[in-house]
Design a protein around this ligand. Structure first.
Ligand code: HEC
Length: 105
């Protein structure tokens, strides 16, 4: 999740400065990561978290497509919509135990 945070940060920046190719490659990287997150929660059979992971993954996939075709305004809007999944999944599936973040099912 730490890698996610960094990549999301630089993706937001690249979308703002309209660096389409860099943004597309970061969005693709995030898409792959959330595919893994999906598989992780699938093994544990947590359907709500699987949905958040899937929505996040397909969101970044669209961001990548839009960014790589130069549609940066749309890509940025899609990015913000996708970003909402982060917060929603954290609220539902993350808890703080003695200062450390853990999964919650
Ligand atoms: C499918 C659910 C899910 C989604 C979607 C999700 N996260 Fe997380 N995230 C978690 C869980 C569970 C933890 C706590 C366990 C861990 O750190 O691995 C966590 C922890 C984190 C952490 C570690 C530090 C902290 O504040 O807990 C960061 C940073 C983070 N997520 C960023 C993001 C960002 C940015 C996104 C969206 C692009 C995102 N996450 C989407 C489930 C999710």
């Amino acid at each position: 999740m730490e890698t996610i945070s960094q990549t999301v940060g630089s993706l937001a920046l690249n979308l703002q400065v309209q660096a389409g190719e860099a943004a597309a490659s970061e969005a693709k990287k995030l898409q792959k990561i959330f595919d893994q997150v999906y598989t992780f929660f699938q093994k544990k059979n947590v359907s709500t978290a699987m949905k958040f992971a899937r929505d996040t993954q397909s969101g970044f996939q669209e961001v990548a497509q839009l960014a790589s075709t130069g549609k940066l305004v749309e890509a940025l809007a899609k990015f913000h919509a996708t970003r909402a999944n982060c917060t929603d999944c954290h609220k539902a599936h993350r808890e703080n135990v003695e200062g450390n973040w853990k999964m919650k099912y």
